[in-house]
Design a protein around this ligand. Structure first.
Ligand code: BV8
Length: 231
């Protein structure tokens, strides 16, 4: 088994204290997607959207990687083949653990200019009046992929999925596309598939194997088993 692709979601960072989206009482119970996570929301009320991401950026800045993040960094470092870590998460906890993920939905740590597409490291607090460091237009926004926008690095992600031997999804509800469709792409390409989650998800029936429990327990054990020399 040479090439592994791992898709992670908010459940990977839940035990680091960052809210998931769809668990009871979490983010989408407190905010409407239409108010804070679409281009139309940003056009309508950029200050509200910046406040939402300023709050999430502050929470992410005070969070620490948990054993699941560290286990994925270990797998990426010690696995003899290729490990592609695709995350839907916008926190920097995988990097903080020493991993190199693909942030398909963007990153709280980055900002982009809606006028000239210049990208830079986001300040702790952003506001609609911030001038772009490159073109000075007051058109700065979080470098986040909102609903209706194309996720980042899709070609690179699909190419890795189409050639992988093992596809695993960790801590994601399988409700957001195109990420939720990746497991079918992996199955069609002949990969083994495994889901690691606290509970079942909307895509559970598509997986060959299921490992249930909190990520900080099941991910280190799963990585340990993968790294065991085959007898
Ligand atoms: C697009 C922003 C088109 C950043 C996010 C079919 C095909 C294509 C698109 C669509 C389609 N149908 C509908 C669409 C549109 C839409 C979509 O999917 N809507 C859904 C709601 C139906 N998709 C899009 O708009 C995407 N763009 O399609 O563009 C296009 C084409 C051409 C040209 C231009 C455009 C863009 C989607 C990205 C949106 N941005 N985030 C932010 O604010 O964070 S999505 C958001 O949901 C987050 O990124 C999040 O990561 C993601 C997925 O959620 P999860 O990570 O799974 O989190 P959730 O809370 O749902 O679940 C948590 C899980 O963890 C649970 O399973 C739980 O059991 C588990 N868990 C909890 N605790 C633990 C745990 N597991 C283990 N241990 C624990 N301790």
């Amino acid at each position: 088994m040479e090439r592994i692709v791992i898709l992670s979601g908010a459940g990977l960072s839940a035990e680091s204290g960052l809210d998931t989206f769809r668990d009871a009482g979490k983010l989408w119970a407190q905010y409407r997607i239409e108010d804070v996570a679409t281009p139309e929301a940003f056009a309508r009320d950029p200050a509200l959207v910046h406040r939402f991401y300023n709050m999430r950026r502050a929470q992410a800045a005070s969070a620490r990687p948990n054993p699941a993040h560290r286990a994925l960094a270990r797998l990426q470092a010690d696995w003899p083949g290729e490990v592609t870590l695709v995350t839907q998460n916008v926190d920097g906890l995988l990097e903080a653990a020493g991993a190199s993920p693909i942030h398909m939905h963007g990153a709280l740590s980055r900002a982009i200019c809606a006028a000239c597409s210049y990208r830079w490291d986001a300040p702790a607090e952003m506001s609609p009046d911030d001038p772009c460091p490159a073109c000075t237009a007051p058109a700065t926004r979080p470098d986040i992929v909102w609903f209706g926008e194309m996720p980042h690095e899709m070609e690179r992600i699909l190419s890795a999925i189409h050639s992988c031997d093992l596809f695993a999804a960790i801590g994601t509800s399988g409700q957001v596309y195109p990420a939720a469709g990746f497991v079918e792409e992996a199955r069609r390409s002949g990969a083994e598939t495994a889901e690691l989650n606290l509970t079942n998800s909307d895509m559970s029936r598509a997986f060959d194997a299921h490992i249930t429990g909190p990520a900080s327990n099941i991910v280190p054990a799963w990585v340990e088993a993968l790294l065991q020399p085959k007898r």
